[in-house]
Design a protein around this ligand. Structure first.
Ligand SMILES: Nc1ncnc2c1ncn2[C@@H]1O[C@H](COP(=O)(O)OP(=O)(O)OP(=O)(O)O)[C@@H](O)[C@H]1O
Ligand SMILES: [Mg+2]
Length: 311
């Protein structure tokens, strides 16, 4: 399958988990587009819905409402057979925990062959496995069992496993969560390299600032919705959406610029720091005025001070 079809489009994605008496709204109207061939990161605090989103994109979970398209295919319309094929051939998954990615008693090469066996690929499995292991830089460990590999090496093997059936989309949920920062750095280089060499679209969920810093675009999720995007300053941001202020929440303020995302119906999430700075809280009413080519938000009651009481 070609990598060109991997563009992702999520519209108004909702995922509600019902447990006994409570309902958790993990995704609440999330919009997201990912370009084919992009390497991007998703950040957000614990419980913000990152893994839920990745599971939906990976065909492992169905949203309660909304649209999700990958490579032009509407995931919600896929029957169970097609969904199995989708999970096997269209997406590759790398998890934080190597045990979830790999079979411990098989060798590295055998692990990479497993998805090819499941996809009933008859020929050239070993050669392809070795080729992939070379691409991710662990071909010298191809005959070692997983238990004999370091955490970083295991994650490289996991990337090779995820790529075994040439998926156009690679999803990684905290892939560097269990390794030291230097290993994380190397792993990230590997993600970028497979993106470059194979054209695979890469989506990485991370808490790691360094990981976020080294990709072109970072999407921040807050309360189950896309709140802002950080776009690398060197060139890529020319046609960007509505400008907020320079990044406040990421240390990489120098490399990326933060944009607040306005959704289809005009809603946006105002950065928490801005709200704190003006002592505006959840249900407060605010004034929104057009001023000098911008939109100014003021606490209700502050208009007089700002000289707008008379209008
Ligand atoms: N299977 C489930 N059943 C019930 N609630 C769930 C389920 N999966 C996730 N949730 C809830 O949905 C919300 C979002 O969870 P999610 O795992 O997507 O967060 P996350 O951003 O990946 O967090 P973390 O950074 O801790 O991994 C949380 O409140 C979580 O408790
Ligand atoms: Mg998670």
């Amino acid at each position: 399958m070609s990598a060109g079809g991997a563009a992702v489009r999520c519209e108004n994605l909702v995922r509600i988990f019902k447990t006994d008496e409570i309902e958790v709204v993990a995704l609440q109207g999330l919009d997201l587009e990912i370009e084919a061939g992009e390497v991007m990161a998703i950040i957000g605090s614990s419980g913000s819905g990152k893994s839920t989103l990745l599971n939906v994109l990976g065909g492992l979970d169905r949203p309660s409402a909304g649209t999700v398209e990958v490579g032009g295919a509407d995931l919600l319309k896929l029957g169970s057979q097609d969904l199995v094929r989708y999970r096997r051939e269209t997406v590759g998954f790398v998890w934080q925990n190597s045990a979830r990615n790999l079979v411990p008693y098989l060798t590295a090469a055998e692990n990479v062959e497993v998805p090819m066996l499941l996809a009933r690929r008859r020929r050239g499995r070993r050669a392809r496995a070795l080729d992939l292991l070379r691409q991710v830089g662990v071909d010298h460990r191809s005959r070692n069992r997983l238990t004999e590999l370091s955490g970083g090496e295991q994650q490289r093997v996991a990337i090779a496993v995820a790529l075994a059936n040439e998926p156009p989309l690679l999803l990684a949920d905290e892939p560097t969560g269990n390794v030291d920062s230097q290993t994380a750095h190397h792993l990230l280089r590997t993600f970028r390299q497979v993106n470059r060499d194979l054209g695979v679209t890469v989506v990485i969920v991370t808490h790691d600032r360094a990981v976020a810093q080294s990709v072109g675009r970072v999407v921040a999720i807050r309360d189950g919705r896309t709140s802002s995007e950080f776009i690398r300053r060197d060139g890529a941001d020319g046609a960007g959406p509505h400008v907020a202020r320079p990044a406040l929440h990421m240390e990489e303020a120098d490399s990326h610029r933060e944009y607040v995302v306005i959704d289809r119906v005009g809603r946006l999430q105002i950065p928490r720091d801005h709200l704190h700075a003006l002592s505006i809280s959840g249900r407060d009413r605010v004034r929104v005025d057009l001023e000098d080519g911008g939109i100014v938000i003021r606490r209700a009651g502050d208009e007089a001070k700002a000289g707008h009481a008379g209008d």
